[in-house]
Write a protein that binds this ligand. Sequence first.
Ligand SMILES: Cc1cc2nc3c(=O)[nH]c(=O)nc-3n(C[C@H](O)[C@H](O)[C@H](O)COP(=O)(O)O)c2cc1C
Length: 212
Amino acid sequence: MINARENRPDPRAIREYLLDGSLKFATVSGVWTTKADIIRYVDGKVPAVDIITTKSYQVRPNPGNREPIIGEVEVGSYVNAVGLRNPGMEEGYRELKALRDEKPLRTLLIISLSGNSPGEFITLVKKFAPLADILELNFSCPHATPGYGASIGVNAELVREYMEKIRPETGVLLFPKLTPNVENIGEIARAAVKGGADGIAAVNTVGPEALP
Ligand SMILES: Cc1cc2nc3c(=O)[nH]c(=O)nc-3n(C[C@H](O)[C@H](O)[C@H](O)COP(=O)(O)O)c2cc1C
């Protein structure tokens, strides 16, 4: 069992924990565990959660889309386009560093990152690696500005190229997050693994075009 530890686990211990055959429950990026205070709360008060994922951080602060960012298309059916709103790398690091310094977390922490080039991802990876158990690479946001998110994850060659460039920069486990809105997500996942991914975060938002 990796939980209730005083020291941060190394990547091998994390890998063994993830593959020990028991089901783990993780929060997803951008929903619920978006701020340090909420992460602290879920870590302390919600034992069902084993793994916490942060909001995706970008190098610079991003105010996201203009409101309204949520719409009800029919009764009980909602769409959203947050546009990757986040406070940027420096503020994100400051918040998460304070969280780490306060006391050890029971849960594993996945820090989600979003760049528009291998260079931006490397900047983010180097900044956040000391705080992360796993780094999630957002290759999949459906409504990010061009160059970010799904514009990477729809192209197997690009995914492999990004992974090959980012992989040597850190020993922390890397989980690219993929979009289901492609012909063959298996092909993209294989390209990611060939490029050095340790796991796959599956999946970002379906559709809207894939919905009935
Ligand atoms: C409000 C909102 C914000 C999100 N923000 C992010 C984000 O910052 N990074 C990311 O990779 N995914 C983000 N997502 C996608 C979710 O993490 C998840 O992959 C997606 O909602 C698919 O899961 P679902 O089908 O259960 O909704 C967001 C989703 C929602 C609804």
